[in-house]
Design a protein around this ligand. Structure first.
Ligand SMILES: *Cc1c(COP(=O)(O)O)cnc(C)c1O
Length: 368
């Protein structure tokens, strides 16, 4: 059986480097806001090419805290509209709602599955305060075009980078292309902790400082609380793990691209559509390798019968979820087609040649 994602294989491959870092963090006697977190924040800011980074408890909090910080700084107001891609993981939209803002669903492009810059412009109203770009599946959005729209209307840009650690848009990494970036280090992400963790990146010192305060009970100094905050921290153990794994992120993303390249060359089944090939290979870090087929469910069964595990990202679009029932009547045909036809093949930097061949053979022998 080829697993969709073998996290044990990935984390075992770091050997004692990882277990030593864990043991040291466990024995240090200092578990929050210590050297490991400070080192990770410094190194991750540098990796992304921004001035500042603040660790958070998870990716959803990172996104939410960016909006809450902008509200707290008076740059946007509760009730303002945020344009979001309609085909994202529900967390992107929940962050908007949690901050007291209004999500405005925007259709993606069929080719890239990313938010369509031309359609973003059509969604702008006088209540719009921000655009959220989600670099879905690991592919960077076309940020130049998004920035043109944002500048024309004086909008802020938040990047949801939870699936795209290390991807480039032109010469900038994601997380450095908007006004602020939010990352998740959920275990299965390209840079994954051994539990929950997240981060905010930005060049805006005032924003990141406010995020830090809001993430620490709204505290500006010990026992002084000018703001209504939450508790959302990256602990020392997760930071120690991420400090080890960050060193291999670019290399691992390169290995994911090699797997993707093998899939692109090897899969020739006319019933299966491959993802759009980026002219600049650095724009995609293949968190997910999606293929598309009107016969998606039968394809998934066929792969399973060949011993290949696959997943669907995602089976139900956000506007069709019970939690978002007030958006159920929206007409979003591209979004719905993606959710109907998408299937994710196994993707990991450590897939073996033999496994890749068996996956390609399984896809190519599907006959409907
Ligand atoms: C994983 C993910 C998140 C949320 O991250 P958590 O750390 O699980 O809170 C947000 N947006 C997208 C697109 C994701 O894939």
């Amino acid at each position: 059986m080829v697993k969709y994602l073998d996290l044990k294989r990935i984390n075992d491959s770091f050997g004692c480097e990882l277990t030593d870092a864990l043991a040291e963090a466990a024995r240090s006697g200092w578990y929050l806001f210590g050297n490991e977190l400070h080192e990770f924040e410094r190194r991750f800011a540098r990796f992304c090419g921004v001035e500042h980074c603040a660790g958070t408890g998870n990716g959803l909090d990172a996104l939410t805290l960016i909006f809450k910080a902008w509200i707290s700084l008076g740059r946007i107001r509760e009730g303002d509209e945020v344009i979001v891609p309609a085909n994202t993981y529900i967390a992107s939209i929940l962050a908007v709602l949690r901050a007291g803002l209004k999500p405005v669903f925007c259709e993606p492009e069929w080719d890239t599955c990313n938010i369509d810059p031309a359609r973003v412009e059509e969604k702008v109203t006088e209540r719009t305060c921000a655009i959220m770009t989600v670099h879905l599946y690991g592919r960077a959005c076309r940020m130049d075009e998004i920035r043109d729209v944002a500048e024309k209307s004086g909008l802020l840009i938040v990047e949801d980078c939870a699936q795209a650690h290390g991807a480039f848009c032109k010469d900038k990494r994601v997380g450095a292309c908007g006004d602020a970036g939010a990352f998740s280090f959920y275990p299965g992400k390209n840079l994954g902790a051994l539990g929950d963790a997240g981060a905010v990146t930005s060049d805006d010192k005032e924003l990141v400082e406010r995020v830090r305060m809001l993430a620490n009970y709204g505290s500006s100094a010990k026992y002084v609380h000018p703001y209504v905050g939450i508790n959302s921290r990256m602990d020392e153990i997760q930071a120690a793990v991420l400090n080890v794994k960050l060193g291999r992120l670019d290399k691992d993303n390169g290995l994911r691209r090699r797997v993707a390249c093998e899939y692109m060359k090897g899969i020739t089944n006319p019933l299966v559509t491959l993802p759009y090939k980026e002219p600049d290979e650095r724009a995609h870090v293949y968190h997910i390798f999606p293929v598309f087929s009107p016969l998606r469910d039968r394809l998934q069964e066929h792969l399973a019968s060949c011993g290949v595990q696959s997943l669907i990202h995602y089976p139900i679009p956000p506007h069709r979820q019970g939690a978002l029932h007030e958006y159920a009547s929206l007409c979003l045909p591209v979004t719905e087609r993606i959710h109907r036809e998408e299937l994710s093949l196994p993707m990991s930097p450590l897939l073996t040649g033999e496994e890749i061949t068996s996956i390609i053979d399984a896809v190519n022998t599907f006959n409907g």
